[in-house]
Structure formats: C-alpha cells, structure tokens
Design a protein around this ligand. Sequence first.
Ligand code: BG6
Length: 314
Amino acid sequence: QKITKVYIVACGSSYHAALLAKYAIEHWARVAAEVDIASEFRYRDPVLDPAALAVGVSQSGESLDTLLALREARRRGARVLAVTNVVDSSIAREADAALYTRAGPEICVAATKTLLAQIVALELFALTLAQVRGTRSAEEIGHIIDSLHRLPEMIEDVLSREKEVDQVAEALAGARDFFYLGRNVGYPVALEGALKLKELSYLHAEGYPAGELKHGPIALIEPGTVVVGIATRNPLWEKFQSNIAEVKSRGATVVLVANDGDEETARQADAVLWVPETEYLFAPIVDVVPLQMFAYSLARLHGHDVDRPRNLAK
Ligand code: BG6
C-alpha cells in the first residue's frame, strides 16, 4: 500500500512481460514503475528508496543477472518480489515474497505459455495494487477480472487458426528482414514477436515502437522488407494506422495482427492475423499468440529444431 515506486528487472521474454507490467501498474495503480534489463540494472548504480519494491521476473527463477540485480536492490533497501514459474527456485528463495505462475514446465528454450502466465500474474498484481491503494473502484476491477476470465477461450480460438498462420508464413518463407512494430502495449508485443523469430528462425528481426520509426529505422524500409504490425485496439490505434501507411508507401509487405471484423485495419495489410478483441491491457496476452505460431511455422519451414535453438540454453 505504501510503496513509492516499482522497479522491475528481467531478461529476454520475461523483460517483455515486465514492460507490459509497467503499463498496467502505472495505468491502474498510479504508481511509478521502471523496467530494466537485469544485466544493466545490476551495474548501473541505481537510486532506490527503502519504500521501493523490486520485482524480478524470471520463468526459470535461475537467471543469474536477474538474481544478482535483485540482490543489489535488496542491498539498497528495497523489498523484493519474485515472479517465477519454478517453485523454490533461487530467485524465489531469496525474495521476500514469490508470486508463482504455475504454467507447468516450459520444455522448449523459447518461452511461450510461461510468458502469457507472467503477463497475467503481473497484471493481477497491478490490479491488487490498484485495489489496496484505492485507485480503481471494486466495480471497475470486477469488470476487468471478467475480461480476464474470457482469455483462455480467446487463446484457444487463436490456436485453432493455425492453418491461416501457416499460410502467411509460407508466403513469406523467402523473406530475410522483418520489422515488428507496435505502440503502447503493442510495443512489448512487437519486441517479443521479433525475439521469437530470431530465437527460432535465425532470421533478422527488429522490434520497434512505431513512433520511433521516423527517427531512423524507416531508412531501412524498402520493397521486400516485411513489417509485422500489432494493430489491435489500444489508445494509440489511430496513430499506429498512420505509421503503417508510412511503411506501406515505401513498399513494405505488411502483415497485421488485427481484431476480428476490423476491416479498416485489414485494408492496409497484405495479410492479416486475426484475433478476438479484449480489454486493451490484456490484448498482448492474445496478440502474442499468433506471433509465437508465426515464428514456429517459419522456423519449421526453414528446417530448424524449435525446441533446441542454436546457441541458446535455458
Ligand atoms: C534466455 C532464454 O536465455 O533467458 C529466453 O533464451 C528467456 O527465452 C531468458 O526469456 C530469460 O529467462 P528467465 O528464466 O529468467 O525468464
């Protein structure tokens, strides 16, 4: 109830879940939240006050950078919360409290289901903060929780569209460069989509906040570049449409993740990955699934072992 700030540290996909937590904590609970890559946080001489909370997000609970970043936060007086999938892992044991995602063992190296569970856990934490601090009414929180209960069905629905995702992947099997763009909560989804493609397919992929496009990366857009846009409804949906128009006019092949029935978005796209619409802060939990499937499909088309990507270890 009394914390003044939340610092979240993580690596890889867990860092993307952490970025989403920042949107939820600040929007719902009105507490400032900062997110750091664990290997940067631990060496950057951070300023923490004793009323700060440090949150470490780690699927395995064993990533050394995250563990040591949390140790550093505790040394500077912060209380520590672990969000992990592994009960009794090192990070959980050293924390003051642990929030377990309990998604079952993540067998492949690239995180998939555990990422969804991390986002849910962190957003529930944000809602709990909102509740105890009184920044959202019980009624509003009740409505939000109702949408949360509908997510499993929506994800099942997206998973049943595997053939459509495969068709898009087949059409792009020869492409070498992929830009993933999003704004607001679509931005961490773009980062995660690009990471999954790199990890599994070994293709060049970059995730960018679309508003930054004009400050550099747009120079790289040319015919043949694939742009994957997270174009589901969020407060910046309209602005995002203009970003897509910019890459389209430079000849990019555009694939958009769009909400079912959103023909306006579909008109801008060469291919659409359709998903059901939900409360916008939960949208990443649904929107990331077709991108995971897309990376899986492209990796298989390129003949790679999706469970054991090269150079990566758990
Ligand atoms: C990397 C994995 O080594 O660690 C990523 O390749 C993962 O997939 C990252 O996201 C962080 O792992 P953890 O267990 O701390 O979430």
